[in-house]
Design a protein around this ligand. Structure first.
Ligand SMILES: NC(=O)c1ccc[n+]([C@@H]2O[C@H](COP(=O)([O-])OP(=O)(O)OC[C@H]3O[C@@H](n4cnc5c(N)ncnc54)[C@H](O)[C@@H]3O)[C@@H](O)[C@H]2O)c1
Ligand SMILES: [Zn+2]
Ligand SMILES: [Zn+2]
Length: 370
């Protein structure tokens, strides 16, 4: 029998998200029906809206940072049962691509996807789900292996952040570009993802963590979450500032620079602020036409002479079945700060308001609580 619910949906390019009644088909084989408890609003949801659906077919159920309880399991699902608390992974390894087959699931080419099960109630139209999740919804159906069980004592309005912002940022420093003890780290963009990079760098025992943002409020938060230094990007060249802070008689620079803005120029800055042999990591979600210009030959900051590297982070190169419970454990042990990341608790009807707050900037994460 179908389940009735409500979801925040994009119905056409350029339109605002609207809440509509939905019906959700029962989970198919290998799938689970999840009743959402909470969903964070990540910048990628806003980007999907701003990019006219980013290639997805309308209508689109937004949201990909969700946690809730399993309501029903499909045929063949034996590792979960109704009532289990879960965080939804948007990149659960597919087990079939070349990376998965060579035993390297963190670099899976794709992700397990469920069938489309959510319909707009008014006309029965089948909805796309952002990143195979669709968590701005009272209910969703996801692949069984994308529903990751977490400890029962973990509050779900914090657990949801693990699904994207936290695992992307912390995972960037642990998996994508492992930060070594005693290193110097710069983080450009101190939103939900960037603050998680800062927390990850701290967990990895970096000795210097420089938060860079153009919003002074974010810089205050950066210090609270572990930055040892901050740079206001609205007041001059962040590359020069970072080199000044790190001056060591060898031209300064950081061993690791993470971009978490979605602004291509910030990826260029990340590469230029590296010390010799350093590694930049780009995390922000690009538009199809975005490009970066990397100089090869400059003696101080050119990619060749500075032996600079550039990595790309997709969801912290996470292995959700291992990493999500680990993040929950770190939170429960007081080593990962999630309480302070939830700066607004909202309802499903407030998604557009949360997007607006994100653009004005004085929010880390708005979390929809169902
Ligand atoms: N690669 C992935 O797996 C992945 C996962 C999650 C989010 N993302 C992307 O990461 C980016 C950050 O996401 P978020 O949720 O933290 O967004 P956010 O809006 O919370 O934070 C972005 C921050 O960047 C700052 N910023 C913007 N322009 C800047 C500039 N020129 N210089 C310095 N700071 C600047 C903003 O002030 C803000 O604090 C987005 O592009 C998002 O789509 C990627
Ligand atoms: Zn996200
Ligand atoms: Zn794979």
């Amino acid at each position: 029998m179908a389940t009735e619910g409500r979801a925040s949906i994009l119905e056409a390019p350029g339109e605002a998200a609207v809440v509509r009644e939905i019906t959700v088909d029962p989970p198919g084989p290998g799938e689970v029906l999840v009743k959402l408890a909470a969903s964070g609003v990540c910048h990628t949801d806003l980007t999907v809206k701003m990019l006219g659906g980013s290639g997805m077919k309308f209508p689109i159920v937004l949201g990909h940072e969700g946690a809730g309880h399993v309501e029903q399991v499909g045929e063949g699902v034996t590792h979960l049962k109704a009532g289990d608390p879960v965080v939804i992974a948007y990149r659960a390894p597919c087990e079939q691509c070349p990376a998965c087959r060579r035993g390297d699931p963190r670099h899976c080419y794709m992700a397990l996807r469920p069938g489309q099960r959510i319909h707009r109630k008014s006309d029965g139209e089948l909805c796309s789900q952002v990143l195979r999740c669709g968590t701005f919804s009272t209910h969703t159906v996801v692949h069984g292996k994308a529903a990751i069980k977490i400890p029962a004592e973990m509050p779900l309005d914090k657990a949801c952040l693990i699904a994207c912002g936290v695992i992307t940022g912390v995972g960037a420093t642990m998996n994508t570009t492992p930060v070594f003890q005693g290193s110097r780290v710069a983080v450009i963009g101190c939103g939900g993802v960037g603050l998680s990079v800062i927390q990850g760098a701290k967990l990895q025992h970096a000795r210097m963590i420089i938060g860079v943002d153009k919003n002074p409020v974010k810089l205050e938060w950066a210090r609270k979450f572990g930055a040892t230094h901050t740079v206001d990007a609205s007041k001059g060249d962040p590359v020069a500032e970072v080199r000044k802070i790190t001056e060591d008689g060898w031209d300064g620079g950081v061993e690791f620079a993470f971009e978490a803005t979605g602004v291509p120029a910030c990826t260029e800055q990340a590469v230029k602020m590296l010390s010799y042999g350093g590694r930049a990591t780009t995390i922000g979600f690009p538009a199809e036409t975005d490009t970066v210009h990397l100089n090869l030959g400059d003696f101080s900051t050119g990619v060749y002479w500075n032996k600079a590297g550039l990595n790309v982070c997709h969801c912290g190169d996470a292995l959700p079945s291992h990493d999500f419970p680990l993040m929950a454990q770190l939170y429960l042990e007081g080593k990962l700060e999630l309480d302070g990341m939830v700066t607004r608790r909202i309802t499903l009807d407030d998604v557009e308001d949360a997007f607006h707050e994100m653009e004005t900037g004085n929010v880390i994460r708005s979390v929809i609580v169902f």
